[in-house]
Design a protein around this ligand. Structure first.
Ligand SMILES: Cc1ncc(COP(=O)(O)O)c(C=O)c1O
Length: 403
């Protein structure tokens, strides 16, 4: 059977591994399970989005253009200008609507990898959103990992990558605010990234799907387009991806954008005219309403802010959770328990408390020396209601006291 050679190298999706880990393990019957394993917002999708989606039924009789409607590109461009203080984003050449960041990051790598070069490489953070790796494997490129990514207190050190590696690098993925660490890259780090991109000619793919989940109004995390502007750089070789999934509690809408380097977006658009990933006119209509409204985003943040500010100190007495720079995860080091085995921590925590989290190992790549940068850590997604998260904290405290 002929298959894309990526298949044998794919690992199971983290949530499939988690299902296998917890198979046959019973949570306490008297406790309602609390899922903290998946980064899927659970607050209600705003009514204005639902209303616009229904209005958008009228677009069902048309094939949607790959470039999306002008009104949507305008809404995204103006939002980027407002959010990041950018002088101008060109809706004609610098924006392509996408079906969420997952879809766009995957297709960008397929479209932009140059397979005529002898050793195409893509650099990934590690631990990381596992779709990056699959995207690279399917494109026929190879991965190279930045393995000091796990500690949110430190900015990543790109100097660990040798010049002979950089010379083959065609793309670099970064995630800021990051999943799972919550770390936001600083302007200095962006400068390093842009300098390296200029020196070696690779494209920077910046995953910013958590950009709107932060804890202090008026202090939104810096984005890559903003960093480029502040540093007086052009957008050449810079592509940013954003999404309504987390910002607007609409993961099922499948709506996001790709923005940046017009020269690279042109072939990407051509790729999209063939691959059929155009956004439905109905979804585009709802997305315009979402990008134009900020009130629901502020309200959304207030919920996360209360959860993180009030509950982090309660759990910090038991495990090393901190309020992240942004995004909605705790990412504690739990290596003092169960001999450092995070999968055992998660399994036994589930058995004792009914709380499910994701082992850090499932978010890291196994490196040639057998290590995994996610090992000894656990990711908790604080996406449930305040009361459920508070209940989870009490249960986890009790569990940690016992182990
Ligand atoms: C880092 C990261 N990138 C991309 C995605 C996919 O998000 P979207 O719904 O925008 O496709 C996720 C989802 O959890 C994520 O954590």
């Amino acid at each position: 059977m002929h298959l894309n050679p990526a298949f044998p190298h794919l690992t199971d999706f983290p949530f499939d591994k988690l299902r296998a880990l917890l198979k046959g393990v019973d949570a306490p019957a008297h406790l309602k399970p609390i899922g903290m394993q998946i980064g899927e917002p659970r607050q209600a999708t705003p009514q204005l989005i639902k209303d616009a989606l229904i209005e958008g039924f009228s677009f069902l009789d048309k094939y949607p253009p790959a470039l999306g409607p002008l009104a949507l590109r305008e809404a995204i461009a103006r939002w980027l200008e407002r959010r990041y203080g950018l002088p101008h984003v060109d809706e004609a050449t610098e924006i392509i609507p996408a079906l969420g960041t997952k879809e766009s990051l995957f297709s960008l790598v397929q479209a932009l990898t140059d397979r005529t070069k002898p050793n195409p490489l893509v650099v990934l953070p590690d631990p990381f959103y596992q779709v990056y790796e699959a995207a690279v494997l399917f494109s026929g490129a190879r991965t190279h990992y930045i393995s000091d990514w796990a500690d949110a207190a430190k900015q990543p050190d790109f100097s660990n990558i040798a010049p002979q590696v950089w010379k083959d690098v065609q793309m670099l993925f970064v995630c800021s605010p990051d999943n799972p660490t919550g770390r936001v890259l600083t302007l200095e780090t962006w400068k390093t990234i842009f300098d390296l991109s200029e020196q070696y000619g690779f494209i920077v793919l910046s995953d910013e799907c958590y950009s709107e989940i932060y804890f202090e109004e008026g202090k939104g995390p810096i984005g890559a387009l903003e960093a480029a502007h502040k540093l007086g750089r052009t957008r050449e070789r810079l592509i940013v991806m954003g999404s309504l999934s987390k910002r607007s509690n609409a993961p099922g809408l499948r709506s996001g954008y790709v923005a940046g380097d017009a020269k690279r977006l042109k072939p990407f658009l051509m790729y999209r005219t063939f691959n059929g990933a155009s956004m439905s006119g109905m979804v585009a209509h709802a997305s315009i309403a979402a990008w134009k409204d900020e009130a629901h985003v502020v309200a959304n943040r207030a919920v996360y802010s209360k959860i993180f500010r009030e509950l982090t100190p309660k759990l910090a007495s038991h495990i090393d959770v901190t309020i992240p720079d942004a995004a909605f995860y705790w990412w504690p080091d739990v290596s003092q328990f169960f001999g450092g085995d995070d999968t055992l921590f998660v399994r036994e925590m589930y058995r004792a408390t009914g709380v499910t989290a994701l082992p850090g190992t499932y978010l890291g790549a196994k490196l040639p020396d057998g290590s995994n940068p996610g090992r000894g850590r656990v990711r908790f997604a604080l996406v449930a209601t305040y009361d459920e998260c508070a209940d989870a904290v009490e249960r986890i405290r009790g569990f940690v006291d016992r182990v």
